[in-house]
Design a protein around this ligand. Structure first.
Ligand SMILES: Nc1ncnc2c1ncn2[C@@H]1O[C@H](COP(=O)(O)OP(=O)(O)OP(=O)(O)O)[C@@H](O)[C@H]1O
Ligand SMILES: [Mg+2]
Length: 592
């Protein structure tokens, strides 16, 4: 959890130094008029004001230097605070479950390290302003008591009323800042999601409609911010009301006491001067508290995020990984059911199957059958609602998550690349860096060697922005990554059509190569992949219809036969009649 007090006092030496320096700067500023007065007196008296002029210059320089140093120290403390909070939030966000991150949204999470971190950063400046102002007000009050305690009591009464008013406004302001930050998060979320979908937006000429939705979010933020501005405007009003009240009360009481002879005119004048002098510090206290409230609202939002449970707790990472059982299947599902959060129907219902330690298993079935969900359960992105998922002989819940995922290489349906160099992308998840010959061999195996060499900086080209890869190239990069991993199990979520005929042949070879020494589970859409599989699991609507080899299934499973038949329909003979997309698709599939 983020504790502002702990964060601010994490470096007490610097904080105290900054406070003392600020105090010195204030003292020097206050002393300067005194020295000026002395210099003028010297000059009027015909004396050379050497000593006093030197003191005057010294006070001015010391004041300026102390102010600069204090500002720098505070900035340092503030930047450190923002850095620590950003790092913690980013680290924690990466450790949340995929479902939670998706539900929250990337833009919303990113807002915590931008606008919330900035609000928290500002609290540091207040950390010296508030104590200094409080100190000055307290010291002045002591002097005031010494001059006349009755008038001081009246002043304190008026200031207490003012404080009450300001506190009421501040409470509302904190709530408003929370709402503002939520609105900023929402708008950032929608904007990032829209930018991610920009190709689709442009292709559907939806720029105007999308911009309109974004403008509606911006309008909501404007309305909330305006309410905040209204509240903020109340503070100077409350301040001036309180000050007038104090002044009137003091003049009335003072006047009465003056008339009764309980108070001298000199003391009354001095008291009034002190009262005037305190007013700016009271204002600083009020506005500083306003900024503190904004910081507290940002802290609450950060804490709310940090309190979301991570995917794995600290105890788990300290557990030792179980040893893989030699005779156990690579993966075994026993009556596994699972429903996605928010979904009405179960994605999987009583799914059972087992796969051998080496060799290729193909998972087939219509779209929405639950194939990707099966892979997600193996890698423990989600946990089964009932039943058990065993990997190398142990329930996935019994594996420390890190150790479990070190055993598995997962190639997702979108072949995601990180915004990193080709080299870093290839080595993701490896415990030791791969040598250049190892990288070259993997790239050669998937037929990517030339494509990568042609990139501006070869293997060290940053992928994802200017230098992106095509869909098929991404797929082959992801496969090369799996080849380079030392995982026992490879999960491959194959999309329908990313590869041309030549590369499809290569893919078969790579998968065969992988399957020679590991368990490869492929969500397969191509018959070529299915035919090579030793074991085919036919799924439909969240259940396993049948599981056997290709020929057996073809013989005894009617839905499988239908699936195969749907992929082997010959294209119409005349080229002009063929839909280009269908033609491409069919050429990628090899008949049974
Ligand atoms: N994050 C999610 N939230 C809610 N429902 C989901 C989610 N992901 C998948 N589902 C639902 O779960 C069911 C199984 O989805 P899954 O992604 O496993 O299908 P699939 O067999 O991989 O399909 P495809 O071949 O189209 O990739 C589907 O009905 C889908 O709508
Ligand atoms: Mg899928």
């Amino acid at each position: 959890m983020v504790s502002l007090r702990r964060e601010l006092t994490a470096d007490p030496v610097r904080l105290i130094a900054a406070l003392l320096l600020a105090l010195t700067a204030t003292a020097a500023t206050l002393a300067l008029p005194l020295f000026v007065q002395e210099v003028v007196t010297d000059l009027m008296g015909g004396r050379a004001p050497r000593a006093h002029a030197a003191l005057m210059c010294a006070a001015a320089s010391v004041g300026a230097l102390a102010q600069a140093l204090s500002g720098f120290l505070l900035a340092r403390i503030g930047e450190r605070l923002a850095y620590r909070i950003r790092v913690r939030i980013m680290d924690h966000s990466l450790r949340l479950t995929l479902g939670v991150v998706k539900a929250r949204g990337t833009g919303e999470l990113a807002a915590r390290i931008t606008s919330d971190a900035l609000l928290l950063r500002q609290v540091v400046d207040v950390a010296t302003q508030l104590p200094l102002a409080a100190l000055t007000v307290a010291a002045t009050l002591v002097v005031m008591v010494w001059i006349d305690w009755v008038l001081t009591l009246v002043t304190v009464g008026a200031l207490a009323l003012l404080t009450l008013l300001v506190l009421l406004v501040l409470r509302q302001m904190k709530e408003n800042v929370g709402k503002q930050q939520n609105a900023v998060g929402r708008i950032a979320q929608r904007f990032t999601a829209d930018l991610d979908a920009l190709t689709t937006i442009k292709a559907h000429r939806a720029e105007a409609a999308t911009a309109e939705a974004l403008a509606a979010d911006a309008e909501r933020l404007r309305t909330i911010s305006l309410e905040g501005a209204r509240l903020a405007a109340l503070i100077p009003a409350a301040l001036s009301l309180g000050n007038q009240l104090a002044m009137i009360a003091v003049i009335l009481t003072g006047g009465a006491r003056l008339a009764a002879g309980d108070l001298g005119i000199a003391a009354f004048t001095a008291f009034l001067l002190y009262l005037l002098q305190t007013i700016p510090y009271v204002s600083t206290l009020a506005t500083g508290s306003g900024r503190l409230q904004a910081g507290l609202a940002a802290r609450d939002r950060c804490n709310e995020l940090l309190s979301l449970p991570p995917e794995t707790d600290a105890r788990e990472s300290h557990r030792t990984a179980p040893a893989a059982l030699p005779d156990a299947p690579a993966v075994m599902f026993r009556s596994v059911s699972y429903t996605h959060p928010g979904a009405r129907d179960a994605a999987l219902r009583a799914v059972s199957f087992a796969t051998a330690r080496t060799g290729l298993t193909a998972v087939v079935g219509p779209s929405g059958a639950g194939k990707t969900t099966v892979l997600a359960l193996i890698d423990r992105f989600v946990r089964p609602a009932s039943g058990s998922v065993r990997v190398l002989g142990h329930d996935t819940a019994d594996w420390p998550l890190d150790a479990l995922r070190a055993r598995i290489a997962y190639v997702d349906q979108r072949f995601t690349l990180l915004e990193a160099t080709a080299r870093e992308n290839l080595q993701l998840g490896r415990s030791r860096p791969a040598t250049d010959p190892e990288l070259d061999a993997a790239l050669e195996a998937v037929g990517l060697a030339q494509d990568i060499t042609r990139l501006p900086q070869g293997l060290d080209t940053l992928l994802g922005r200017e230098s992106d890869l095509s869909g098929g190239q991404r797929q082959r990069m992801a496969l090369a990554r799996a080849l380079l991993s030392d995982a026992d199990i490879v999960l491959l979520d194959e999309p329908t059509s990313q590869l041309d005929g030549l590369n499809e042949e290569r893919l078969r070879a790579v998968i065969a190569d992988l399957a020679a020494s590991r368990a490869v589970i492929v969500v397969a859409h191509r018959l070529s992949t299915v035919r090579d599989a030793r074991h085919v699991i036919m799924m439909n609507a969240g259940t396993v219809l049948d599981a056997a080899d290709h020929d057996t299934l073809l013989h005894r499973c009617a839905p499988y036969r239908a699936l195969v038949a749907s992929q082997t329909t010959k294209p119409p003979p005349a080229p002009p009649a063929a839909h280009p997309a269908l033609r491409d698709n069919d050429s990628a599939h090899v008949g049974p």
